[in-house]
Design a protein around this ligand. Structure first.
Ligand code: NAD
Length: 256
């Protein structure tokens, strides 16, 4: 059935991977979708397939742009299209240990992965409070976070642990207003950027890298973006009206 009728979902990092799969899944469940990314060319391809999706450029690290995009999608003449679900999906994976990670890598990781979610949540919740919208925020964390150590994920793991902390804080502050905030913690998901990481992990050999990544997945395979998108639909829907401040693992047993 259509589980997201009446919802309007803004997604960051929606041009490819989990963000794109989630845009399609939410739209197929009857939601209005606002797909944003740095890469507008790829967003246009998505919109060609689904003309009812709204697309826009949004660099999640740029406070002025975050402010103006949120303002635009909370003041539309068709109020049913105004944001009622926020999926903070955009993120960046840095490969390094504490010794090989530079302060630039560290700062960049926190800016893209954490400050982004702070900014989007800040301006969206401000609107929800003023308009009495009982919204839902879904933040993309990872099992590589406070849940589990992962090799070469020093800055990345620290940012995703911060995402879990941020999400619990938001959930706590707004539970009485009917605003929910949860996070998703995937294991390894087959996406375009993961394919680039195969090369790094395999020391230039993508096939070897894929094997290494697959080995750590106890089910013997990677997740598909579609499987993670199903969890986004669930957390956006009223089926989870009683769930807030929680982290949802979807890792094929990696953290067992
Ligand atoms: P991806 O890495 O293939 O694509 C990321 C998208 O985010 C791209 O379209 C990119 O243009 C966009 N993006 C990057 N910087 C941006 C910025 N400053 N502003 C706006 N958009 C920006 O996608 P993915 O692998 O599906 O990852 C999506 C999220 O899922 C990330 O937060 C990632 O950390 C998380 N995650 C991924 C995996 C995995 O194995 N793929 C596992 C756990 C968590």
């Amino acid at each position: 059935g259509k589980r997201l009728i009446g919802k309007s979902v803004l997604i960051t990092g929606a041009a490819q991977g989990i963000g794109r799969a989630s845009a399609m899944a939410c739209r197929n469940e009857g939601a209005h979708v606002i797909a944003t990314d740095l890469n507008v060319e790829l967003l246009k391809e998505l919109q060609k397939e689904f003309p009812d999706i709204q697309i826009d450029h949004l660099d999640v690290t740029d406070e002025d742009e975050v402010k103006s995009v949120i303002n635009k999608y909370t003041t539309q003449s068709d109020a049913t299209k105004n944001i009622s679900v926020l999926f903070n999906c955009a993120g960046f994976v840095h490969h390094g240990t504490v010794v090989t990670t530079t302060t630039t890598d560290w700062d960049r990781s926190f800016t893209i992965n954490v400050k982004s979610m702070f900014l989007l949540s800040k301006y969206t919740i401000d609107y929800w409070l003023k308009s009495k919208v009982k919204g839902s925020i879904i933040n993309m964390a990872s099992v590589a976070s406070s849940m589990k150590g992962a090799q070469f994920r020093c800055a990345y793991g620290a940012t995703k642990a911060a995402v879990i902390g941020l999400s619990k804080s938001i959930a706590t502050d707004y539970v009485e207003k009917g605003i929910r905030c949860n996070c998703i913690c995937p294991g390894t998901v087959d996406t375009p950027s993961l394919r680039e990481r195969f090369v790094t992990l395999g020391g230039g050999d993508a096939e070897k890298g894929r094997e290494e990544f697959t080995k750590r997945q106890k089910m013997g395979r990677l997740a598909t973006a579609k499987e993670v998108a199903a969890m986004v639909v669930y957390l956006a829907s009223e089926e989870t009206a009683f769930i807030t401040g929680t982290e949802f693992k979807i890792d094929g047993g990696w953290s067992l």
